[in-house]
Design a protein around this ligand. Structure first.
Ligand SMILES: Nc1ncnc2c1ncn2[C@@H]1O[C@H](COP(=O)(O)OP(=O)(O)OP(=O)(O)O)[C@@H](O)[C@H]1O
Ligand SMILES: [Mg+2]
Length: 221
């Protein structure tokens, strides 16, 4: 079985199990009311179980989105999306005293793309840059537009990614981190291709750039 199918399969099963949990906690809730059990704690804990399962269910639905090949195209500001991502990681950026340099192309206004997928793609690359031990605490985010193509380059100053590592880096399960799943870049590659785009790595001794290229106006197939 292909790796992506295995993940899809696992997510599908988790989703089903969660549905069973939610259904059963609803039955329990009704049963308690029928039995006239009015102990506040019993009702509170039962309700909490249901709410937490529903939360997890919604989260799993969100993740399962990446297994759908169809794109949800909408118009949005690329700068805003990038700034939102920087915001999400603000506490980590502050704690590691990292300077984020924004080099946004003023020619880029709105793009017509799948916002959620782009968010996952760029978010994963940014997070990887933040995870590194670096020589220089700086990350540059550059955007460029040429004809109808957008390029987003994220540059950091960590260890060089040599040719051998470049071959492995997009494989599902490849990670050099203690708590890494090695799924980040695998998902990134899968998703950028769904958006008619591509990803390249440019790594010298000094800096490493992940370069994303994608159309500014994605058309549905
Ligand atoms: N900017 C980078 N510079 C150097 N190495 C990198 C960079 N980004 C990723 N890597 C290497 O690629 C590996 C795979 O990255 P990937 O995002 O797929 O998984 P991960 O980050 O290890 O795990 P997870 O995404 O679950 O946190 C990383 O473990 C790291 O060794
Ligand atoms: Mg990662």
């Amino acid at each position: 079985m292909k790796k992506e199918n295995e993940f899809g399969f696992a997510i599908h099963e988790i989703k089903n199990k969660l549905q069973v949990l939610i259904l059963n906690s609803e039955v329990l809730e009704r049963y308690l009311i029928k039995m006239n059990i009015s102990d506040e704690n019993v009702l509170k804990f039962t309700n909490r179980m249901k709410e937490e399962s529903m939360d997890l269910y919604r989260f799993i639905l969100d993740i399962s989105y990446i297994f759908k090949k169809a794109n949800n195209i909408e118009e949005f500001s690329l700068n805003e999306l990038l700034n939102e991502l920087i915001d999400i990681y603000n506490s980590l950026i502050d704690a590691k005293k990292i300077k984020i340099i924004k080099n946004y192309d003023p020619k880029i206004k709105e793009v017509s793309q799948d916002k959620k997928k782009l968010n996952i793609i760029i978010g994963n690359i940014l997070k990887n840059s933040l995870d590194l031990k670096t020589k220089k605490n700086e990350i540059t985010i550059r955007t460029e537009k040429q004809m109808n193509t957008i390029r987003v380059t994220i540059t950091n100053y960590g260890e060089k990614i040599n040719e051998k590592l470049k071959k492995n880096i997009f494989e599902a399960g490849f990670s050099t981190k203690e708590e890494g799943t090695g799924l980040g870049l695998y998902i990134v590659k899968e998703l950028i291709e769904q958006l008619n785009g591509s990803i390249d790595i440019e790594s010298t001794g000094d800096s490493t750039s992940f370069v994303l290229t994608f159309p500014d106006k994605l058309k549905n197939k």
